[in-house]
Structure formats: C-alpha cells, structure tokens
Ligand binder design. Structure first.
Ligand code: HGY
Ligand code: MN
Ligand code: MN
Length: 412
C-alpha cells in the first residue's frame, strides 16, 4: 500500500449529495422515502447505485437473490474486505437507514482511488436484497441467503404482503442474478445509523457495536365468526378483533415485566371484514419480540404464545401461528470492535460499546468472517420514520472511521 503524506479523509459534500440523490428515489411528498424491496423504486435505487459502482470501475456481481457486490481489486486476490448495507426501506423510511452504509462504502473506495491507494486485499461494497423484511419476511433475506443462514429456494418462493413471489419480483426488476449466493468476505464492516436514542442521550458520536439482539417475528391468524354488532349478545361472540387487541396489550405487559432490553411490538393488525357494525371473523397480526439474551427471548416467546392460545380458546377462536423470522443474538468480533475504538480515538472520539436493537446485514456475515458495525447518532432516536436524520458532521466522523478501519484491514 503506497504511503500517504496527509491523512486520507472522506468528502462529506460528495457523500451528502449522494445520500440526497438516492433519497429522491421513492421519495414521498412528506419528505420520507418509500423504497420497499423489489419494487420499481427499489430497481431505480439499485440502478443508481450500480451506476456509481460502474463509474468507479468496480467489478460487479449480482447473485440469485439479487445481492449486488462491487469489488475494487487489491494487489492480491482472495475474499475482499467488505462494506455495505441495504438500500430497500420501510414504507415510512428515511434517507439514512441502510443507504448510509452503502454510500459511505463507495465514498471510501472513491477516496482510495483518488489517492492512488492500491490495497493489499480487494475491497468490496455491497447492498443486500430485502434487509427490511417489511414487504417480504424475513428481514436480512438477501444477506441471510448469501451467508448461509437462509434457504435460497424458500426465500425465492416467499410471498409478499401484497401477494407477489420474490422470484417473480426479482425477475421483474432485472436483478435475478447469475452468480451463486456464495460470496464470502475477509471482513465485513457496516456503517449504520443507531436508530435509537443512546448515542444522542449520552452525548456520543460513535458506537462500536458489540452485536445484534435476537429477533423473533410471528404471524398470528385468529379465526372467529362475523356477526351483527348490535344484535349479538356478548356471551355469543367469537370476536377475532378483541383477542388481537388483548394480545397487543399482553405483549406490552411482557416487555414491562421483563424490563429492558426486552422489546415487544404488534406492528400489523388486519381485520376482516373490518367494518364498524360487524364482529370480526378474522384477525391477522404480527408479533415482534427481541432481546439480547436468547434465553430471555425464548421465555418471552413462550409466555406470548401461551397467552395467544389461551385467549383464543377463551373466545372460541381457531388460531394459526407462522414463524416469519427467528435469529439468535449475534456477537461481533472483538478485533473489529477494538479497531473501531482505536480509529475513533485517533480521530479524537470515544466510541461507545453498545448492542444493536435493530437487525442488520452484518449479523449474517458474523458467523463467516470477523465482522462489526459503526453507529452514528439518530436525531431524537428516530428511525423507520420520515423524520429520520443524522447530522452531516456526525456522518463525516463515522465515514472517516470506516475509511481508516478498512485501510487497516485491507493492508493485511
Ligand atoms: O427490523 C429490523 O430490525 C431491521 O430494520 N430490518
Ligand atoms: Mn438498516
Ligand atoms: Mn430498517
């Protein structure tokens, strides 16, 4: 690796301009971003980022689940030191969740090329299909298939919440790639917004992420009997909406009884026929349980599922449960966590060690190579919300630490 006289730094104006340009793809009138996985907007976002990868002369591989990996050659061959994240968003998304990790990776490569730096090991930047899991469950689908945690065929046959198959939507946007889903990295480092309040509340700018908490997603379908809201005595009802609401209340109680870091969310409830004067014959709801402890997560699941069965039985409902996602907690590599801390210190910042409450593509790489994440603050701790924001000054610090971490890892 050639020597440098002045330290390399990222160009925050260029990175910010690209974040703004990508945020316009799937931009919503209220200033948010809706770029759900495998939609036309996702295709447009993918095409834009692939164009930037091509401008950098990177070799690009698209695999059978639509993951895109761009590679900058090193002096030697072998698995690349890899950065990346996702560019699909939830429906009420912002400009930074996922997008920052991908575009900061391209910014790092741009800096190295401008400085004439040829790394010993190849460097890659990737974006992974359907990280959010909002349209197709589970989340981290693309990176999970690529890194061996999920089955390609099962995922390709997965139906979206709007009744479409992954394989068909992938083909429709032209990202059903030829490459096998077998990419392996030498290291994986993901820059991401925290999406929570910790860094901001503690007055820190950098998080050295220690791992990702366990995630349990379940779809519950309750079958009742529709009936007249005015004439049906309460004792005769088989009311799916009532039990769905009771489950949502119980999940809040579980989180309260367990205490942090246990979180429980009912984010989706669909009623049929969903009319003011009809007792619901059907309710479909989703349970999202998370904890940094696998043991406590299993305890929370057991209590939640027992409540679902008992509440349904009391109301005389038939119940079906379907697992949508189940990932155990993941620890990141101490060598990467420590490297993030060191490079943050060199730049004058103390990195706070902290777990991630959100799932990330990095957790899929962790079993296969030393992996880690760098967090930057989310204003107000807000994410999955159109008001998601991170100051450019904080992004600049995080991206410069990513640059230095990658320089060290790629130097071998
Ligand atoms: O749900 C999550 O944790 C991530 O946003 N996919
Ligand atoms: Mn994300
Ligand atoms: Mn997200």
């Amino acid at each position: 690796m050639s020597t440098q006289h002045k330290p390399l730094r990222i160009n925050i104006e260029r990175l910010s301009a690209r974040l703004r340009e990508l945020a316009l793809v799937g931009g919503t009138p209220d200033g948010g971003v809706c770029r759900l996985a495998l939609t036309r907007d996702d295709k447009a976002g993918r095409d834009l980022v692939v164009g930037w990868m091509q401008e950098l002369g990177m070799s690009i591989r698209v695999d059978a689940i639509g993951n895109v990996i761009a590679i900058m050659a090193g002096k030697s061959d072998g698995p690349p030191v890899t950065m990346g994240s996702h560019i699909d968003t939830v429906a009420t998304g912002g400009a930074y969740d996922g997008n920052l990790g991908v575009l900061a990776g391209l910014e790092v490569v741009t800096c190295l090329q401008e400085a004439g730096v040829t790394p010993e090991h190849p460097i890659a930047v990737g974006f992974f299909t359907n990280e959010e899991g909002a349209r197709f469950a589970p989340d981290m689908m693309g990176s999970g298939v690529q890194q061996g945690a999920l089955s390609l065929d099962t995922c390709l046959d997965t139906l979206s919440i709007d009744g479409k198959k992954v394989r068909d939507e992938l083909a429709a946007i032209g990202y059903a790639g030829e490459a096998p889903c077998d990419f392996r990295a030498r290291n994986f480092v993901e820059l991401h917004i925290e999406q929570g309040p910790v860094l901001e509340q503690k007055g820190d700018i950098i998080g050295a992420v220690t791992g990702v908490q366990g995630i349990s997603w379940t779809e519950v379908t309750l079958h009742g009997v529709s009936n007249h809201a005015g004439t049906t005595p309460m004792s005769m009802r088989k009311d799916a909406a009532f039990v769905a609401a009771a489950i949502a209340v119980e999940l809040r109680q579980i989180a309260s009884d367990f205490g942090p870091p246990q979180v429980c969310t009912v984010g989706h409830i669909k009623l049929e026929p969903n009319l003011i004067n009809v007792v619901s014959r059907k309710a479909i709801l989703t349970l999202d349980l998370r904890n940094t402890s696998e043991e406590r997560l299993q305890e929370a699941e057991a209590r939640a599922f027992a409540f679902v069965d008992a509440a349904a039985a009391r109301e005389g409902l038939r119940v079906e449960k379907r697992t949508l996602a189940r990932f155990a907690p993941v620890d990141f590599a101490e060598e990467i966590i420590a490297l993030v801390e060191r490079e943050a210190a060199v730049l004058g910042h103390k990195a706070r060690r902290m777990p991630s409450g959100a799932g990330h593509d990095a957790q899929m790489f962790a079993p296969n190579c030393p992996s880690g994440m760098i967090f930057v603050p989310s204003a107000g701790g807000i994410s999955h919300n159109i008001k998601e924001h991170t100051d450019a000054a904080d992004i600049e610090v995080g991206a410069n630490i990513l640059l230095q971490v990658i320089l060290k890892l790629a130097a071998g």
